[in-house]
Design a binder for this molecule. Sequence first.
Ligand code: DX5
Ligand code: ZN
Length: 215
Amino acid sequence: MHWIAPSVLSADFGCLKQEIECINQSEADLLHVDVMDGVFVPNISFGFPLMKPLKAYSTKPLDVHLMIVHPEKYVERFCDAGAWSVGFHLEAVDDPMPIVRLIRQKHVRTCLTINPDISEERLLPYLDQVDMVLLMSVYAGFGGQSFIPETLNKIRRVRQWIDERHLPTLLEVDGGIHLKNAKEVFDAGADVLVAGSAVFGAKDRQEVIHQMKNC
Ligand code: DX5
Ligand code: ZN
């Protein structure tokens, strides 16, 4: 599976509606929504108020990536705001399962995420409990960083675990994905590639998405 999830973090917020309409017309599969709290990560992006226009304008499902402490306090509101999936960081919580259940009760997909310094082994017990796992290929917090090449081996391992267990769990990779490395990341076993600056930094966003998806 080759899915592309443009990250709205890199969009021009001065013309958000046009930016989203451009993605609507593209072959993108999801719209990735990066929520940062300035505590879990050293940056603040946006929160609930942006969900409204995103939900109103986007015909692509909203893939919400929470980079926040205490996700248990907020996941239900993101579900109610129309998220297709809600993801949070494993290293931000003591026990992810109660939060997974909160999201599941809302009939929304769950995604468990880890930063580059967290071992993929920690995802193993939850692989059959979530709909998607997200491997960060940069440290969460900012768009426009360079892909960390060591992530490729992590992707291969998690892909193997998913396949060996015949799980439907999707494998998403986020950070530093561009046309030049997209094929390598898909070949390593990713199902979904998040791309912020590669898409919104390009003149022809739809062409970049087309090429990434079909690489
Ligand atoms: C980083 C975010 C990413 C980011 C990706 O904290 O989680 O989703 O927007 O941006 P690029 O593709 O520019 O690395
Ligand atoms: Zn993200």
